[in-house]
Design a protein around this ligand. Sequence first.
Ligand SMILES: Nc1nc2c(c(=O)[nH]1)N[C@H]1C(S)=C(S)[C@@H](COP(=O)(O)O)O[C@H]1N2
Ligand SMILES: [Mo]
Length: 314
Amino acid sequence: MRFRVPRIAPSEITPQEVYLSRRALLAGALATGASAVLPAAEPSPQGAPLNFTVNSQYSVKETPNKFEEITTYNNFYEFGTDKDSPSHEAHTLRTRPWSVNVYGEAEVHGTFDLEDLLKGQALEERIYRFRCVEAWSMVVPWVGIPLSNLLQRFKPTSRAKYVEFTTLYDPRQMPGQRVPVLTWPYVEGLRIDEAMHPLTLMVVGLYGRVLPNQDGAPLRLIVPWKYGFKGIKSIVKIGFTAVQPRTAWNVAAPDEYGFYANVNPQVDHPRWSQASERRIGAPFLAARRPTLPFNGYADQVASLYQGMDLRRYF
Ligand SMILES: Nc1nc2c(c(=O)[nH]1)N[C@H]1C(S)=C(S)[C@@H](COP(=O)(O)O)O[C@H]1N2
Ligand SMILES: [Mo]
């Protein structure tokens, strides 16, 4: 992925009220035929409230980033490669109805409506650290279900060693797919034990409400000890496989983005250090902080990689 100088300073991020009044101004300007420029990055209007319980056991104590930060500073190349593009462009994605196709090494296969898949699943809020491979980070209050709860419904067989995820492919809804920055659709994968780990979350919401499109609605993965690109968005397929899946960033640049992508301050990206990170929204002097092994989740996940050379399996 191209390393970009961030284009929005925290001070420039538009608070929702300002956004709403700008929209009103803009609508007025359009109505009177006056010319208008588009506002800066737009936080999406807030989604419908969700019912959930707070999981404090799996939450970090750090202060979450603002809704505006989480919804205007995004990586979602299906809607452009600038950080603010998804906040402008992702409204073209239709997230209902939404179906998910399940295939591969499992007893239960088929295409399921998302509402049916989520029926009876208890939603949890978990505040997780989020570390992008580009060396910035946030703290995000996600709402979702443990991925294992979803996967167990499909009764994976003993041949299922990996899980493969695929994003929607529809260039009419996702205009960035007309640009060959990646091989579309975006694909990601996890080893089955990583997928079944209690920290791995299938996310449907943010800040207690339905997930905004730019954050990967209606269904996206979050694996908090891995770099952000493992968190595939707008998922339409889940497959159980015997062999390690190809993944979008690994195919694009195999020397830069490995399959495992565990956050590791000791293994630098070939083009930049991973030893520290910039916390989005933090005051300038407090923004730079050391990156933690496994993004701070080592106690819970390091054992998954016992005996593996993490430089080789990066
Ligand atoms: N389909 C899809 N999923 C994706 C991406 C993408 O471009 N397309 N970007 C990834 C990267 S690099 C990051 S850092 C996170 C960003 O998630 P956020 O915008 O909600 O912070 O989404 C990941 N999932
Ligand atoms: Mo990322």
